[in-house]
Design a protein around this ligand. Structure first.
Ligand SMILES: [Zn+2]
Ligand SMILES: [Zn+2]
Length: 404
């Protein structure tokens, strides 16, 4: 027997319904905010992710589905969605247009060769948006509001954490100050952090080790060292959030660790998914487009992990729907198919091909969760009519075919 690969899962029945419900709900909301659907290839050149996700990250270091294709190209299955969208944006020369805003949403499978564990799959799904060309912090707020709308629509409780990561003006100065401070406590940090001090010092701030966190209490944070522009944007974002009904906290340890991330960073956390784990994350990446070879373009976006929220989604109760149709006499077969095809214009129709007793048909209709059972027996055939039962109200009637 051949099974699915480790860390890969079939999506069917209830999970499939939930998946479709999540991406449909999120897509509709994104469209209302002016976003257009984009689909980029699952396979990209490995170089794209090495540059965008960063060579020093765990994703690129250990978790990429990377291989040589038959043409000898070094390719990779996308571990996240942003890099491909930015590549498409630059390839379509949209970075050359003046003062235009481009807003895209996407969803689909992503791949990371992680050690499979509960809630961690090697093939998982994300929904996300990317907005290009809008520098105003109002866009950051609007995206946060959109994510909140999505979680509200799905019936998922959350808390929001925000931070500012600074910009090329204030970040490098802060980084130097941070490196100096980290060197003075380096020997007491965990081994991961000791390595990060030289490879990715900013990431020391979000180390999960409690001893490291204790040592970092007095270390200055980027949001205390913001330049005037970053500071006023961060204050404006807080002002707009205060006016909205979205609860938030400032998390000075919320960082990204890649140079192209700027200003706003945010994370939606759910206490329902175990230890305060992030269900969506996003922020501004004003330097990513130029980082990947395009013209300097502002960018901001978010992504949510679909599998992480699937269990939490409150679906509307599924009610009986459409028709179950069957025959009790062979002679009614042709007319059954004519009626079924006509009804399928606007209704769900399930046809039972075998001739059966009324009792057996009603059982089948119930199993199919149909609203109506439409049965043709000998009497109905003679009078050119059908027997119809509303399985919700239990009402029965005989209707002529023409009146259907
Ligand atoms: Zn700044
Ligand atoms: Zn640490």
């Amino acid at each position: 027997m051949i099974n699915a690969l480790r860390g890969m899962k079939d999506l069917m029945f209830e999970d499939a319904k939930r998946y479709i419900y999540v991406v449909d709900t999120a897509s509709k909301i994104a469209q209302r905010y002016g976003y257009n659907y984009i689909e980029t290839p699952i396979l990209e050149e490995t170089a794209l992710f090495k540059r965008s996700v960063g060579e020093s990250s765990d994703i690129v270091g250990k978790e990429m589905y990377q291989f040589e294709d038959k043409g000898g190209n070094d390719v990779c299955m996308r571990p996240e969605g942003t890099a491909g969208v930015v590549r498409a944006f630059i390839q379509a020369k949209l970075d050359r247009t003046q003062n235009q805003k481009y807003r895209f949403y996407y969803y689909g499978p992503m791949f990371r060769y992680e050690r499979p564990q509960k809630g961690r799959l090697r093939e998982f799904h994300q929904f996300g948006v990317e907005s290009f060309g809008e520098e105003a912090v109002e866009e950051d707020f609007t995206i946060i509001q959109m994510v909140a709308d999505i979680f509200n629509a799905l019936g998922i409780g959350y808390t929001l954490k925000i931070n500012s990561l600074g910009c090329p003006e204030c970040m490098p100065k802060y980084r130097d100050e941070l490196i100096n401070r980290l060197h003075s406590i380096k020997d007491d940090l965990c081994s991961d952090c000791q390595r990060r001090v030289s490879t990715n010092p900013i990431r020391v701030l979000d180390c999960k080790n409690s001893h490291c966190q204790e040592l970092l209490t007095d270390v200055p944070k980027i949001c205390d060292r913001l330049c005037n522009s970053c500071k006023s944007d961060f204050e404006k974002l807080q002002y707009m959030l205060d006016r909205s009904s979205i609860d938030y906290t400032i998390d000075k340890h919320l960082v990204r660790g890649l140079d192209y991330y700027t200003k706003t960073a945010f994370e939606f956390v759910s206490s329902e998914v175990g230890a305060q784990s992030a269900i969506a994350g996003g922020g501004r990446y004003d330097r990513l487009v130029s980082f990947l070879g395009g013209k300097d373009t502002a960018g901001v976006g978010f992504a949510l992990g679909v599998e992480r929220i699937l269990e939490l989604v409150k679906m509307p109760k599924s009610s009986r729907e459409g028709y179950y149709m069957g025959i009790m006499t062979e002679e009614a077969r042709d007319i059954l198919f004519d009626i079924a095809h006509k009804k399928r214009v606007d209704s769900k129709v399930i046809v039972e091909y075998a001739k059966k007793s009324l009792k057996a048909h009603l059982k089948g209709a119930d199993r199919a969760n149909a609203r109506y059972a439409l049965i043709i027996g000998e009497d109905e055939l003679k009078s050119k009519s059908v027997w119809l039962k509303d399985l919700e109200t239990k009402e029965e009637q005989v209707i002529s075919v023409n009146d259907l």
